[in-house]
Design a protein around this ligand. Structure first.
Ligand code: NDP
Ligand code: MG
Length: 392
């Protein structure tokens, strides 16, 4: 039996992962499941899968989780350290689907015990790609892409020589405000930003899709996963979300990955790799679809793309600063304390300030520097937001 753990089990990717695992109960032994606020769902999942351990990252919810699991024999833990500790339990395959930089430490711990890490948590790669890949290498562990675009690139590269690749194109739906007049964007509300035209995802990544911060993170993720130069990586707006990515080779061929917007495809590919197994996803009817639409991304509408390219130029700790500032700006937007377009202004201001202070350089990335940069960027984001509010 394959031992699997799922970090962020109660979220959108976690639930899709469990949907696949639960279809093959005789194949998997579930070791650890972790969640956050949704302890009711976590307890239900742990019972259904007969997990060894259930962990909520909130210490104050431990009692409730324990009550819900009483009599089950399932161990219960709580708190951020307990989440990391859960990754220490031997497992063969670990899904990293916590949202945000909080996914970094559990992912590293899973790699240290040699598990294959299926990585939905792109923030880990953006903040500390160098450390994650170094850790995987040192422990002979694999990091597999789960983000749909990166799974698509990975699949298009099977059997190819990476030096034959000229360019990679990742697609973006354009999110909730793709067709809004530019002058309306500053007034966009969190509620409006939390709807996605094609994908059903967690709240934070849905807003990041509307602002294109998600695609900015994914530009960096593409470089970290595959080692392409920033100039080789392009973003194209594709409102239908059917073509997830394309890889262009030196002979002019473009290999596209086409599929329905259902994360169970990318999760299933990482779960079954190197095999392909039947998956419960919709089969596309190309005639019904009729035509595929592609557009150039507008950098005025989506400054996050320009900022992500700057981050790729700066390198070093810029990814950690970018992500930390972005996460904090998103918190402030969701709390109604800054406007939608202020998020990019906050992140830009943090990057500028930290670069001016020479705080983003590093020769060899160290974990403590990444964590400090993340904290500092969040603090700086608060200051930038206060300035923006005072000026407006
Ligand atoms: P969700 O918000 O739906 O789920 C996040 C999960 O993480 C939940 O289990 C949540 O618990 C838990 N969690 C939240 N905060 C913390 C914390 N501080 N420490 C530990 N656990 C925490 O997110 P998604 O499933 O949408 O996304 C997960 C990751 O996958 C993100 O990195 C996202 O960018 C990436 N991704 C998602 C895709 C999607 O289709 N959803 C597609 C591609 C990538 P609870 O809900 O119980 O509070
Ligand atoms: Mg994606």
């Amino acid at each position: 039996m394959r031992r699997v753990s799922i970090f962020g089990a109660t979220g959108s990717v976690g639930v899709s992962t469990i949907d696949l695992i639960a279809r093959d109960p005789e194949k998997y032994k579930v070791v650890a499941l972790t969640g956050g606020r949704n302890v009711a769902r976590l307890a239900e999942q742990a019972r259904a899968l007969d997990a060894e351990l259930a962990v909520t990252c909130f210490p104050e919810l431990k009692e409730e989780l324990a009550d819900r699991l009483s009599g089950s024999g399932i161990a219960v833990e709580a708190g951020p350290e307990a989440v990391v500790e859960a990754a220490n339990r031997p497992a063969d395959w670990v899904m990293s689907a916590i949202v945000g930089a909080a996914g970094l430490l559990p992912g590293l711990k899973a790699l240290e015990q040699g598990a294959t890490l299926a990585l939905a948590n792109k923030e880990s790669l953006v903040c500390a790609g160098e450390i994650l890949m170094r850790t995987a290498h040192r422990h002979g562990a694999d990091v597999l892409p789960v983000d749909s675009e990166h799974s698509a690139v990975w699949q298009a590269l099977v059997g190819e020589d990476i030096s034959d690749v000229e360019r990679v194109i990742i697609t973006a739906s354009g999110g909730a405000f793709r067709d809004w007049p530019l002058e309306d964007l500053p007034k966009a509300t969190p509620e409006q930003a939390c709807t996605h035209p094609n994908w059903s995802m967690g709240q934070r990544i849905t807003v990041d899709s509307a602002s294109m911060f998600n695609k900015g993170l994914e530009l960096i993720e593409t470089r970290e996963f595959f080692g392409f130069q920033p100039a080789q990586i392009e973003v194209v707006v594709h409102p239908q979300s059917l073509v997830h990515a394309l890889v262009g080779f030196r002979d002019g061929a473009l290999m596209a990955h086409v599929g329905p917007p259902d994360m169970r495809h990318a999760i299933g590919y990482a779960l079954n790799y190197p095999q392909r197994r039947s998956l419960p996803v919709e089969r596309l009817d190309l005639v019904e679809i009729g035509a595929l639409e592609f557009r150039a991304p507008c950098e005025i509408r989506w400054p996050a793309l320009r900022l992500a390219r700057e981050v790729m130029e700066i390198r070093g700790l810029a990814g950690a600063a970018f992500n930390g500032a972005k996460e904090r700006a998103l918190d402030l937007f969701l709390a109604g304390r800054i406007g939608f377009t202020d998020m990019a202004a906050v992140v830009e201001s943090v990057l500028e300030a930290m670069q001016a202070e020479d705080a983003l350089k590093c020769d060899r990335m160290r974990l403590e520097d990444v964590i400090e940069t993340d904290h500092f960027a969040r603090k700086r984001a608060d200051e930038a937001a206060r300035r923006i509010n005072k000026d407006s």
